[in-house]
Design a protein around this ligand. Structure first.
Ligand code: SF4
Length: 766
């Protein structure tokens, strides 16, 4: 709490002393005079997927205060540093002021008509010459659900390109695909209350203390004699809370989970009744696990000893309720989808689904990553409908009143495929909405050379992000607090985010930008938005589109969301106040037989492992003070004072080899790029031979080094593991490896044994 108070004090420091006089405030009691807003507007945080309820204090038409909503079930009045300073983001000097066009090499403010007209003419020209699919669109998890829905309709049915994806593919796609292959549909199955009710909580690749800090509240509310197990190659702040910490070798999580399943099956700890009644595929699954994931092998792959594996398996399987939660450590992997299914398998064989404290639970990153999954029209047709299912296409076309032939029959390119298509010259125009690939995409050098081939780059953003700064046209958008709609959080809770102030300068809400832009295309506005004037109208259409689907909004209203502190879908006649958990006893999975699928899935070794030139494995991640690529947090003083630049976290043994100490500056090189002048932090939070660097920072651009390898099912990048070298002024050539380190201990021992037996055979003494 000291940390939070420090932030509060910092935020108050620009108040003069005489302004500290206290006045009565209807919501918060006594507050400093200068901070007594004219009004308080109840809303939802626009940063991360936790979805905290809060109030915006408005004074003289400006957002001047951010406070947690004490009645909101997600956060009970608390906020993390980002939420506490969110009002500062609205007036950041990096805001785009309206529509901009590049003229004589510089972005200049123009009328919206000029900007819309310029882009529409170019899009039509490209479409006529190369086909409509030569236009690519990459959106985000940052917009409101109503905006995603409006944008998706325009891109897919108005521009007629299905080469449309979101930055959510960089963080959530593996969870989506893993849920789909295990349960028949996307949709996080549990809720935050499960953290309070579980006997065992296993956090896998999830540093919630930094990335979802308010979730710790729910863990703290758990008064049982609970056991927290943390699986993470880095001893993060979250790992330091663990009862059992498993410092696994990089990307060995899938092998670990399969190994736990082996022990559970070997010991007969599985829940036979649940398996028989609620799952399919058990026989093949069991055979696969028992043939391939013996504890000794798993111990060698993961670096976790056999005794600990048995202890963890017993804890998980014999608990009355056990939950697993994961984030990017699992998702951002070339085997991310299958790792998610492995986690689901573990839950299924132990009967941990659809009851209190029992869930395989993905935690989302962005404030509305879920909204785009439900209604974004990227990887599925709105309402979790399938492109390949004619009935789904027809149903959606009928509800919104368009010809069914307009609805695509297949998904277009995913995000990395769009970049590849640009590189090949197939996609000529790119429209980027509220995301910043120039910091967030892997293998930056390749991305930047691809983007140079575009005929036009349009960026729609509230901030002049790194990507906006190289755009031909910028649609400057309103941001959080300046517009209305809803966000869905990690537990499927739809929260109302209200408009508190007018959009900054000449910006417009994303909803208005899309609708107005659609008028520059013959008949499109009339076809798609004839009854949609406001976000509330879009929300009403979403309710109709979702009725009867898993993500059913039909029983919701903005007012009910406000009254209940958000509503977890499905919300309909059967569940008028929403539903905490999916796939409870009375709720079958959306698979043909209503059962969950046990899937044999396999661990795979790293495709880019260490070698003589690059002897360390790089892991990337986040820190609590910054958000994504810092477009929102990069100018907020307190957050930058706390985390001003990237650092490289390294083990003291590697620091000795490199002859450096904390505070020194070094370089990191890899197969694809290099980062210079990065500050060293020596800490035994990482194993020898591994380093950690946060990815937020454009000056120490770690994505210049990361690997362009993607999960074949989800297209999510394998951000977390690639081979690198470190260079210090004292040891510029970097760290040298021992032979067994290069080969891996198992291969080295095998080689030693075969040399030994050869020598014995030939009578040579070793
Ligand atoms: Fe906002 Fe997430 Fe922080 Fe809550 S935890 S205040 S939703 S950034």
């Amino acid at each position: 709490m000291d940390f939070i108070n420090k932030i509060k004090n910092f935020l108050d420091k620009d108040i003069k002393e005489d302004e500290y006089a206290l006045v009565d405030d209807p919501i918060f009691g006594k507050v400093a005079k200068v901070k007594a807003p004219d009004k308080w507007v109840r809303t939802t945080c626009g940063y991360c997927g936790v979805g905290c309820g809060m109030y915006i204090g408005v004074k003289d038409g400006k957002a001047v205060y951010s406070k947690g909503d004490p009645k909101h079930p997600v956060n009970l009045g608390t906020l993390c540093p980002k939420g506490l300073s969110e009002h500062k983001m609205v007036t950041a000097p990096s805001r785009a002021k309206g529509a901009l066009i590049r003229k004589d090499g510089a972005l200049q403010q123009v009328s919206w008509d000029e900007a819309f007209n310029r882009v529409a003419v170019k899009f039509k020209e490209i479409s006529a010459k190369y086909g409509s699919k030569a236009i690519g669109v990459i959106s985000t998890g940052q917009l409101l659900t109503e905006e995603f829905y409006t944008l998706g309709k325009f891109v897919q049915l108005g521009l007629k390109t299905n080469n449309y994806d979101g930055n959510t593919t960089l963080c959530m796609a593996s969870a989506v695909m893993g849920y789909k292959q295990s349960f028949g549909s996307d949709g996080p199955v549990g809720c935050y209350e499960d953290f309070e009710k579980a006997d065992v909580i296993m956090l896998i690749g999830a540093n919630i203390a930094d990335n979802h800090p308010i979730l710790k509240l729910h863990l703290m509310k758990n008064k049982k004699n609970k056991k927290i197990i943390v699986v993470d190659p880095r001893k993060s702040k979250t790992a330091q809370m663990a009862d059992i910490y498993l410092p696994i070798k990089p990307r060995s999580d899938l092998a670990l989970i399969n190994g736990l399943c082996y022990i559970i099956l070997e010991q007969g700890w599985e829940d036979e009744k649940f398996i028989n009644e609620r799952t399919t595929g058990f026989k093949e699954f069991k055979k696969h696990i028992l043939n391939n994931y013996k504890p000794q092998d798993v111990a060698e792959i993961t670096g976790i000893d056999v005794k600990t594996l048995y202890e963890v398996a017993r804890s998980y399987a014999t608990a009355d309720s056990a939950m697993s939660a994961w984030t990017m450590g699992v998702n951002q992997s070339a085997i991310g989808t299958d790792t998610v299914s492995a986690i689901n398998n573990l839950a299924l064989i132990t009967g941990n689904l659809g009851k209190e404290g029992s869930a395989p639970m993905s935690i989302t990153g962005q404030c509305n990553a879920m909204g785009t999954r439900e209604f974004g029209f990227t990887s599925s047709i709105p309402g979790y409908r399938d492109y390949k299912n004619d009935k789904d296409r027809e149903e959606f076309a009928n509800i919104i009143g368009v010809d069914v032939d307009l609805i695509p029959k297949e998904r277009g390119y995913a995000y990395p495929q769009i970049i590849e298509a640009i590189d090949r010259g197939e996609i000529k125009a790119l429209w980027v909405v509220a995301t910043n690939p120039l910091v967030s995409f892997p293998d930056q050098n390749r991305l930047r050379s691809a983007l140079k081939k575009l005929d036009i780059l349009v960026v729609q953003d509230s901030f002049l992000s790194d990507t906006a700064q190289i755009a031909d046209v910028v649609f400057g958008a309103a941001t959080w607090s300046e517009k209305e709609g809803c966000y869905t959080n990690s537990e499927r809770r739809c929260n109302w985010a209200k408009k508190a102030i007018e959009p900054y300068a000449d910006t417009k809400s994303d909803f208005d930008i899309i609708k107005e832009f659609s008028k520059y295309f013959d008949g499109v506005h009339e076809m798609l938005y004839k009854n949609i004037e406001t976000p509330r109208d879009a929300f009403e259409e979403i309710k109709r589109v979702s009725k009867g689907r898993l993500c059913d909004y039909s029983g919701m209203s903005y007012e009910l969301m406000e009254e209940l502190g958000g509503i977890q879908w499905p919300c309909n006649e059967q569940y008028p106040k929403g539903k905490k958990r999916l796939y409870t006893k009375e709720m079958p999975c959306p698979t043909p037989d209503g059962k969950a699928r046990l899937l044999p899935v396999d661990w795979k070794p790293l495709s880019e492992d260490i070698c003589e030139s690059f002897p360390l494995i790089l892991n990337t991640g986040r820190t609590v003070e910054q958000f994504h690529t810092r477009t929102k947090t990069g100018t907020i003083g307190i957050l930058n004072d706390l985390a001003p630049e990237a650092w490289v976290e390294m083990n003291e043994l590697d620091a000795q080899k490199l002859q450096v100490k904390s505070g020194d500056r070094i370089s990191i090189s890899g197969n694809r790029g290099r980062v210079d002048n990065i500050v060293v932090k020596v800490a035994n939070t990482v194993r020898e031979g591994t380093i950690f660097v946060p990815f937020h920072f454009n000056k120490q651009l770690i994505n210049a080094v990361t690997l362009p390898e993607f999960d074949a099912k989800s297209f999510e990048p394998n951000y977390k593991q690639c081979a690198v070298q470190l260079h210090s002024s004292r040891v510029p050539q970097g760290i040298k490896l021992q032979k067994q380190e290069i080969m891996g201990e198992i291969a080295y021992q095998k080689e030693q044994n075969s040399i030994k037996s050869l020598h014995q055979k030939e009578g040579i003494s070793s």
